[in-house]
Write a protein that binds this ligand. Structure first.
Ligand SMILES: Cc1ncc(C[n+]2csc(CCOP(=O)(O)OP(=O)(O)O)c2C)c(N)n1
Length: 628
């Protein structure tokens, strides 16, 4: 069958195991070929081809509800539910989303992008099923990486206690983006190496009875001893103790075994966990032998050589500049430590890790813990830096408010992927952090106009004693010359980048470059002042007061949500001063920005320099008319 002709997964039920095996090969070829042009999450999807086939064969989606954790591994599910024909638009503007999307298919019941939500969502679905009196199943598919997230553990705790009918499929490939870490990972490793298989409950009882000499006595001798023996025989005792019936470990590429185990699982009442061992990147050599995480998610590549196609790089990435600066600083500052919640690959922290392995902590997907762990260190005089993506920092809001800022602790946050990120879409846009940090007492927020200013701003932020967030965008710097030595710059003043008398544009981060472009576009018509407002909090109140007094029209520009953002801060300050400047704000509107190229997205919301320039022109002219 041609993959593009698939409408729904029901045809799988008529396929034999050997037919399914051939079909798995077709799906792998399709993924490798399609993603070579579009890019995307190749390795996670190659790892779940057989698992997804078996799940769709043994359950009845959409009545039975699949909840994919993170959702980056749902491509095979998308193919089997009638979306193969849209893969040439994967992660592109208006194209197929890289994560489950409810408006794409009735088979996508739960939208994600952030990890560790699947068990809670499946529990919600299972409870609803019960209350509504139907026996549809709730099936969460979660990776060993996502299982380290606090939410997943909270949900295990709840599901086990309630004995709810939730099926958990643990897709254990030993990798998060990079190799997985933590005690949970070590525990799963012990299970994997024990190579024992789960015996169905009644078989286990029979087995215990058969143990020479003591088996019969044990049977009569009370539950406690029986449970202890069971612990030795059942590899997933941890999950059993939490109230789950554990099955596995099963080879996730052996369709025969998978189907057999799913049939056991289907018949169970109460919570059940099937431990499936898979290989990330299965079936494509470069992805299979990737110990680093390159093939987790990537852009286009050459299929034959496995070479990742990269545009000519003009400048180091902002992430690299941050990691490099921290590494340099750590050479002189032995209290500096670096904490990452599983994002060392994306934030390019390997240089720090190589040089200071004992001061670098990958805590797994555990943003909340990462922040409070840093706070704990700061109470002891250390200088912790939490490297975190803007979007994942959302998870740790209370830890910021209650643990770090309230105690006014010396923690630096380096906020990667601040601003629009593009292809990952609405779950990943880094546009909320200013709004959720700005109202928190004690914290400072800064963003540099280019990579050179970034290194100095970060240097100053780490030297500063108190909570401070250094934002920086995804991708490459703009190619400015980097100073050899680091120096401190002010953390509460702005700078005029270009003089002008008709209007003042205040921007920070890469938007300073946009403001300069706008000024050029309007040259001849309007004289535009451009201000690098690199300290978002506190504002440069002295400069602002002078601007209010001057009466020049003000424009604020930010790639962050308008509500509660930098422009709002400028208005609030005017209100506090009882000043009434004319202010026009540009930023992210009050809706979620979907996936697509950053420029396409900016165009859609009217934030390209050319679009803003026209708006600024009419804003200033309108003001002139009013004052005539
Ligand atoms: C809250 C949160 N933190 C970090 C990430 C970034 N992230 C995406 S996938 C991933 C690894 C997930 O590993 P696992 O669950 O084992 O899935 P695999 O890719 O190995 O199949 C990480 C850290 C995220 N999506 N959500």
């Amino acid at each position: 069958m041609k993959l593009t002709e698939i409408q729904d997964p029901s045809f799988l039920k008529r396929m034999s195991v050997s037919e399914l095996e051939v079909f798995a090969g077709d799906i792998r070829r399709f993924l490798i070929e399609e993603l070579a042009t579009t890019g995307g999450h190749l390795a996670p999807n190659l790892g779940v081809v057989e698992l997804t086939l078996a799940l769709h064969r043994e359950f009845d989606s959409p009545n039975d509800k699949f909840v994919w954790d993170v959702g980056h591994q749902a491509y095979v599910h998308k193919i089997l539910t009638g979306r193969a024909g849209q893969f040439d638009t994967l992660r592109q503007h208006k194209g197929l989303c890289g994560f489950p999307k409810r408006n794409e298919s009735i088979h996508d019941v739960w939208e994600t992008g952030h990890s560790s939500t699947s068990l809670s969502a499946a529990m919600g679905i299972a409870v609803s099923n019960e209350l509504k009196g139907n026996d549809d199943r709730a099936i969460a598919i979660i990776g060993d990486g996502a299982l380290t997230g606090g939410m997943a553990l909270e949900a295990l705790n709840h599901i086990g206690a309630e004995q709810q009918n939730v099926i958990v499929i643990l897709n254990d490939n030993e990798m998060s983006i990079a190799p997985n870490v933590g005690a949970m990972h070590q525990m799963l490793g012990r299970i994997r190496s024990s190579r024992k298989v789960r015996y169905a409950q009644d078989e286990l009882e029979t087995l215990i009875k058969k143990i020479p000499l003591i088996g019969g006595k044990l049977e009569k001798g009370g539950e406690k001893i029986k449970e202890a023996v069971k612990g030795a025989l059942v590899p997933g005792m941890f999950f059993e103790e939490l109230g789950f019936n554990y099955y596995g470990p099963v080879d996730g590429h052996d369709l025969d075994d998978l189907i057999e185990q799913l049939n056991y699982v289907k018949k169970e009442e109460g919570p059940v966990l099937l431990h499936v061992i898979t290989k990330k990147g299965k079936g494509y050599r470069p992805a299979e032998y990737d110990g680093v995480g390159t093939w987790h998610g990537l852009g286009p590549y050459k299929i034959e050589s496995g070479e990742v196609i990269k545009g000519k790089s003009k400048a180091p990435s902002y992430s690299f500049t941050v990691a490099d600066t921290l590494t340099k600083m750590a050479r002189d500052e032995d209290k500096l430590t670096l904490i990452t919640p599983a994002m060392s690959v994306g934030s390019k922290l390997d240089c720090f890790e190589k040089e200071f392995p004992n001061r670098m902590f990958d805590v797994g997907i555990a943003e909340q813990h990462a922040v409070t762990f840093a706070a704990g260190q700061a109470t002891q005089g250390m200088k912790p830096v939490v490297s975190i993506y803007s979007t994942f920092f959302q998870r740790a809001y209370d830890q910021l408010v209650h643990d770090v800022a309230r105690q006014n602790l010396d923690v630096t946050f380096t906020i990667d992927r601040s601003g629009l990120v593009g292809a990952d879409g609405e779950t990943h846009q880094g546009v909320f952090d200013i709004a959720f940090m700005r109202h928190v007492p004690n914290i400072r927020i800064v963003m540099a106009k280019d990579e050179n200013e970034l290194q100095h701003l970060l240097y100053s932020a780490v030297k500063y004693e108190g909570p401070i967030a250094v934002r920086f965008p995804r991708g490459e710097g703009i190619g400015v010359t980097m100073d050899e030595t680091l120096h401190e710059i002010s953390l509460d003043t702005w700078e005029v980048e270009r003089e002008g008398t008709d209007v003042a544009i205040m921007a920070f981060g890469p938007q300073v470059q946009d403001a300069l472009k706008i000024a050029e576009l309007l040259e001849g018509d309007l004289s535009v002042r451009v201000i690098n407002a690199r300290t978002i909090k506190p504002l440069d109140e002295k400069m602002l007061d002078a601007l209010y007094a001057e009466g020049i029209p003000l424009v604020t520009l930010e790639e962050a949500v308008l509500k509660g953002g930098f422009g709002s801060a400028v208005l609030e300050h005017a209100n506090e001063q009882e000043a009434f400047p004319r202010v026009k704000r540009f930023g992210i509107p009050d809706w979620y920005i979907e996936h697509g190229g950053v420029n396409e997205l900016l165009e859609e919301i009217g934030l390209l320099p050319g679009q803003i320039a026209e708006e600024v022109r009419s804003f200033v002219n309108q003001g002139k008319k009013q004052s005539v």
